[in-house]
Design a protein around this ligand. Structure first.
Ligand code: SF4
Length: 422
């Protein structure tokens, strides 16, 4: 580490955070941030000088175990510690990431509205100004350059950069695959398809326009533009999300070529993080059923960890009809079985699935879901089942009761799906 005291602030370079994604019940810094300590706050920046996290000592921050994070699409996320064991059991994380954007029947608190968060952001605005003043006064090149970067990246500039990211990929990811919680949502987005091809009545993440596969040329344009945007901070990423909601439908050729060019240009294998890069994407039940075994053999032979998430919603036909999901219960069950087959036979591929919870759903939905998991799930730690409570049709007590009921009998890991976007 290299530390400089510049007037009333301390700036720390080469802070080596964890280079894995292990989870702990106390704050952990992943990757390589640059830290600035000022007026009781600790501000973390990425290597481009963009604000990444804020926490503080007790004089300014009520709970030193909690922190405020900013993601690459300029959303602020509050990492709250509302009972570690309770949180881990529910969402596979000791911290609850509150976005204030998507409601969840289980976590209804709104910590982003708290005064210490608003105050911390106002202090950040002042730090941006102070960085500009100190940058022109300090002699040492390293802090001088970095403070100039911070000074150029106030909240408006950060918002513009998020817009630039969305312009590059030609859209946004209205929801991230749930497994990205295992890399703390630190993923580079890359669009290979638009939309998902379906039009389920209950869905909150439908995108405008019809389903379309992007051309290889267009995908490569994105990859090079992403390289130019992330620049020196690419080292802090070893995970890619292929958007949007049904990337599996892009087909084998596009997917493989995309992953290979992205790895080469974005240097995923040269990341600070240990191990092979992670590739996350969504699939629909029908696209999963269509895929030939040869595709999984090819994926499994590549040096990546694949996490494919498929939205199945319910094995009960009445519930599927009620949700307006254009699938048969037979297709749901066959997709689920195929996912477990892939999980059992291909070490590098983990297919996880989503089902819904909600107070208006019939008892049959829950019973059939439990049967499906018991009949097909193996106990290898893969194939996580995520349960999504339907907004407005769920109450906390009921969701927790149903969640525990499914989790108790399931041979597969079961967690609540917490929605995040990028
Ligand atoms: S397939 Fe998934 S993303 Fe597409 S409309 Fe249905 S629920 Fe939404």
């Amino acid at each position: 580490m290299e530390s400089y005291f510049v007037n009333d602030l301390e700036i720390i370079f080469d802070f080596a955070g964890r280079n894995d994604w292990k989870k702990f019940s106390f704050p952990i810094w992943y990757g390589i941030p640059v830290k600035i300590k000022w007026r009781g706050y600790e501000f973390d920046f990425n290597l481009r000088g963009n604000l990444k996290r804020i926490k503080g000592n007790l004089s300014v921050w009520p709970n030193p175990l909690e922190l405020l994070k900013r993601n690459d699409s300029n959303d602020y996320i509050y990492y709250g510690s509302f009972g570690y064991e309770f949180s881990y059991d529910l969402i596979k994380n000791y911290y609850v990431p509150y976005t204030g954007i998507y409601e969840c029947a289980v976590f209804k608190e709104r910590p982003l509205e708290n005064s210490h968060v608003k105050k911390a952001l106002m202090e950040f605005d002042k730090l941006v100004i102070r960085s500009g003043e100190l940058s022109s006064a300090v002699k040492d090149e390293r802090p001088k350059k970095f403070l100039a970067k911070v000074a150029a990246r106030g909240r408006e500039a950060l918002a513009r950069e998020a817009t630039a990211l969305h312009n590059i990929i030609g859209g946004s990811l209205p929801v991230l695959p749930p497994d990205t919680i295992d890399v703390d949502y630190e993923v580079i987005p890359l669009m290979v398809v638009d939309g998902c091809g379906w039009n389920c009545d209950f869905c909150r993440f439908k995108t405008k326009g019809s389903f379309k596969v992007r051309s290889q040329q267009e995908i490569e344009r994105q990859v090079y533009a992403l390289r130019d945007l992330y620049r020196e901070d690419l080292i802090n990423y070893n995970s890619l999300v292929l958007g949007q909601n049904n990337a599996l439908a892009a087909g084998e050729t596009i997917l493989i070529k995309t992953i290979q060019i992205a790895d080469k240009v974005l240097k995923l294998h040269g990341s600070y993080f240990r191990g092979d890069p992670n590739i996350f994407f969504f699939a629909s039940a029908k696209s999963l059923l269509k895929v030939k075994e040869r595709f999984f053999e090819t994926l499994n032979s590549l040096p990546y960890n694949f996490y494919i998430n498929v939205g199945l919603e319910s094995p009960d036909q009445q519930t599927l009809d009620k949700l307006g999901k254009p699938l048969t219960a037979y297709e749901v069950k066959e997709s689920f079985k195929k996912a477990q087959y892939v999980n059992d036979n291909y070490a590098r591929i983990d297919i996880t699935s989503n089902f819904i919870l909600g107070r208006d759903l019939s008892r049959k939905h829950l019973e059939m879901l439990k049967d499906l998991l018991c009949e097909n799930g193996s106990r290898k730690g893969k194939g996580t089942v995520y349960l999504s409570p339907l907004i407005d049709l769920s109450d906390k007590r009921q969701v927790l009761k149903n969640f525990k009921e499914v989790k108790r009998i399931s041979p597969l890991p079961v967690y609540i799906y917490l929605m995040q976007r990028l």
